[in-house]
Design a protein around this ligand. Sequence first.
Ligand code: MIC
Ligand code: SF4
Length: 640
Amino acid sequence: MTKSLAEKIISSHMTEDEMCSGNQIGMSIDHTLTQDSTGTLAYLEFESLSLPKVKTKLSLSFVDHNMLQNNFRNADDHKYLQTVAANYGIIFSKPGNGICHQLYLERFALPGFTLLGSDSHTPMAGGIGMIGIGAGGLDVAAAMSGEPFFLEMPSIMGIKLTGKLSPFVSAKDVILTILKRLTVKGGLNKILEYYGPSVRTLSVPERSTITNMGTETGATTSIFPSDKVTKTFLKKQGREKQWQELSSDKNHTYNETIKINLSEIQPQIALPHSPDKVEAVKDLEGLKIDQVCIGSCTNSSLRDLKLVANLLKGKKISDHVSLTISPGSRQVLENLASNGDLLDIIKSGARIIENGCGPCIGIGQAPTTDAVSLRTFNRNFKGRSGTQSAQIYLVSPETAVASAISGEITDPRKLGIYPNIVEPEKIVINDNMFIFPSKNNVSKKVIRGPNIQPLPDFQPLPEFIEGEVLLKTDNNISTDDILPGGSEIMSLRSNIPEISKFVFQYLDSTFSKRALEAGGGFIIGGENYGQGSSREHAALAPKYLGVKAIIAKSFARIHLANLINFGILPLTFINKKDYDRINLGEIIKIDLQTLREKLTLELVDKKIRIQVALNLSNREKEIIKSGGKLPAIRAKLAHN
Ligand code: MIC
Ligand code: SF4
């Protein structure tokens, strides 16, 4: 039987079970990646396993999300991360070096390897022909301790690329086209594997824009073959020797296939407030804009910013627009600076901000009230920018520049002749903001400021749970809705008691107080509950407030795993109409004496019984029973 590329890499890393779609599989992890806002918890969790060093081939800790250091908390987090990395054999990337996914791709990604990252855009590494998967910090901590990563074997969707992109149409327009087709849940439990004659027309950074934003379809990951284009990319990074050719078997038949003719794609734009609300840019032309932000892990490569510099050369940003540019890495910035591109950007009136996530997660550059903001980012959930009333649109760098110059949404094809972007044969490489762990096994002092609070302890699952319905939500609730970003809240990521005060802050500011007063309770969710980020705080903080179960129509993959990891029962409606029968404030009771696939939920006052499903593997049931994954791993390590 022939294999897809994803299946080849997964089968060479399998630790348990068979690689049949739908099976729970265990996969060994070569590399791990964390960033500051999920990393502090991941390392607290890792430390609690009492191991002397990480057991992976390579583990990396990046500081890229919250770098404002506007109070001691944020700075303390960075110090903790740096000292913990030195102690456990982890490479540390200093604040200002760049965004984890861009840096990883440039300096560490290896075709054929596996990467687990505590960030949902870890699939960006798939642009180089590897399996990169986003997960909660606890799963990454487990991988650092040598544990396999367990997941439901995804089915593989082949995406066949034919044709050639037209001038002013780029990789972002490709993934927006795919998002329109698949929607924010169409990729659930799937791997999107790209193949076909036109793969070779896309550079590694372009492929990585596509694999990065594949996350927004809910896919487990996305992958491109490793070919001569990959070799050229690695050669420029001084890593040619690490290249190997990889692709699916000849004439492989995928479980499911979609075809994308690159020649037919036009500039695309995602409308507020969802990455799948995609239209053609030409249909929105003329809408006045206030802000343009270029950057984020999706579109901040040297290719993207050289193009931006070229398009901005000799032009001026519209008077009523603020244009910000955040390069993806110091390497990108150094290369722009070394050949005059940076000057073209500066002269146009653009504001250069630090190499990092910045405005993508509401760390600065919050738009004005009711503003229209165009961003080259990957998410436009309501409020994520820091301004609840702002209207965020997602576009390519080409559309961003054309619109920043004219002051209104503009089809970039109006800019004239498309510049031919030639990356230099040799690029500037400078690794001096990485701190590599010393080879000798000297243990160093881990520095913990007062903001680094110990992890809360959780009790094993009781035999009955009872409580009130604390919240009833719509479809597609994102983790940004559950626990918002922004520098204030994100500086509390290592302090669960404090951050839990912000759970559902903008949906219902009374939630955390009510939950504590009621002694916890239940949340009723719609479809795709928990889409978006990997932040395990969106499970851990509700758990701290006493949330016992979420009963939803369906769950997003990473959030589902996080709920299990922290002992919150993820229950799904068997009959989706039952969602309408449950109201806010009602008392629910569930008997958990035996964790069967079907459980009975009792609406105590109405005396109604509803059947809900508990779709868990035996391993996951054990985790839930012991009150979460940490106690389960500790028990396993003690046993070995
Ligand atoms: C995001 O893009 O939402 C984040 C911020 O990068 C998150 C991680 C986090 O919440 O810290 C993600 O994508 O996983
Ligand atoms: Fe950072 Fe935004 Fe990428 Fe998340 S999506 S890693 S916040 S740049």
